[in-house]
Design a protein around this ligand. Structure first.
Ligand code: ASP
Length: 336
């Protein structure tokens, strides 16, 4: 039943609506960002891209499109922007390549699609959507995923498209630290993430989640993080939607996105409590770090993180984007 039909029925019968939340979209552009990392121009560009992603995603929701479409629309904007570690601007592997991962989940049907280790797909989130909607599979990797992309008319690009000088220099720094045998070179690079993600609730009460990334700087050939793994970096069902960003190995080991949803579903925790338990307690207890965005079916949102910043924002029915980057920037969220 559409939301307007449900509203009419509830008015006629004078019964309260179970799903009366307004559509909402929440996005992230990665945890781990610190004030010293960004020039004024870079900060401005990142904020403009976040705003654009929110406005375009909101347009989809306002037009009555499914949550899934708001999620892919917002993520596509962020993949195309070099400010973030997804699509153009992805980080480099140890041997100087870009290997991209993405996943998408429709909470209303539990349908999911994911791709890992692709090197020529301009928008990996659109390939994840094609895997979900036009193949019998959930996850495809490497060259197989790329030939499927070609068969679906998904845009392929020369691998050089993803390269940015800033990410190249980050790899050079990580390689030097590694060569010098620096004790915690991995921790140094693990502070900076930049994966992108989105969660949305549409006018019919459907939830969806998606995540897209270049992974982690200096990762080994073939390493796959949490972002394309359903239940680790992305999860959505009828009660909640989650997209994570952080040190992926820890998100995989804790099944982080699914754990947040399970806490909401089985323990009746709200997004804030469930998000905090996983992001601020379980993951740091194992030595990991990062953040997540969480949305419930009644429109409550949380953006927990345990780093000095996380690019994040949300937009509700009024179409006004709300953004923050650093930990000390207030960002009042829907339902808080
Ligand atoms: N979670 C991603 C990974 O481990 C990195 C990130 O969030 O930026 O691949």
């Amino acid at each position: 039943m559409s939301r307007s039909a449900a509203l009419l029925l509830s008015l006629c019968l004078s019964i309260p609506l179970a799903q009366a939340a307004d559509p909402v979209l929440v996005i992230h552009g990665g945890a781990g960002v610190e004030r010293g990392d960004l020039s004024a121009a870079e900060e401005k560009a990142a904020r403009a891209a976040l705003r654009q992603a929110l406005l375009k995603g909101h347009q989809a929701l306002a037009a009555g499109k499914p949550a899934l479409e708001a999620v892919t629309t917002a993520i596509t904007v962020l993949e195309d922007d070099p400010s973030f570690n997804a699509g153009k601007g992805a980080v480099f592997t140890h041997d100087g390549r870009n290997e991209l991962d993405a996943s998408l989940m429709d909470g209303s049907t539990l349908a999911a699609g994911a791709v890992a280790g692709v090197q020529r797909v301009r928008n990996p989130i659109l390939l994840a959507q094609a895997v979900m909607q036009h193949s019998p599979h959930v996850m495809m990797v490497g060259q197989g995923a790329e030939s499927f992309a070609a068969s679906q008319g998904i845009a392929l690009v020369d691998p050089g498209y993803f390269r940015t000088e800033k990410r190249w220099q980050q790899l050079q720094k990580a390689l030097k630290e590694e060569a010098a045998g620096q004790a915690h070179a991995d921790l140094e690079t693990a502070r900076h993430f930049g994966t992108v993600g989105a969660v949305a609730l549409d006018a019919q009460g459907r939830l969806a989640a998606g995540t897209s990334t270049g992974g982690m700087t200096n990762k080994r050939y073939g390493r796959v993080g949490d972002s394309p793994i359903i239940g680790a970096g992305t999860y959505a069902n009828a009660s909640c939607a989650v997209s994570g960003t952080g040190w992926g190995e820890f998100y995989i080991r804790t099944a982080a996105a699914h754990d947040i949803c399970a806490r909401m579903q089985y323990l009746r925790q709200g997004p804030e409590q469930a998000g905090r338990a996983v992001i601020n307690e379980r993951i740091p207890a194992l030595g990991g770090n990062g953040g997540a965005i969480v949305l419930s079916a009644d429109g409550r949102a949380a953006t927990p993180f345990n780093t000095q910043g996380m690019y994040r924002g949300w937009i509700g029915a009024d179409g006004v984007p709300h953004l923050a980057i650093f930990a000390d920037e207030p960002l009042p969220l829907p339902g808080q």
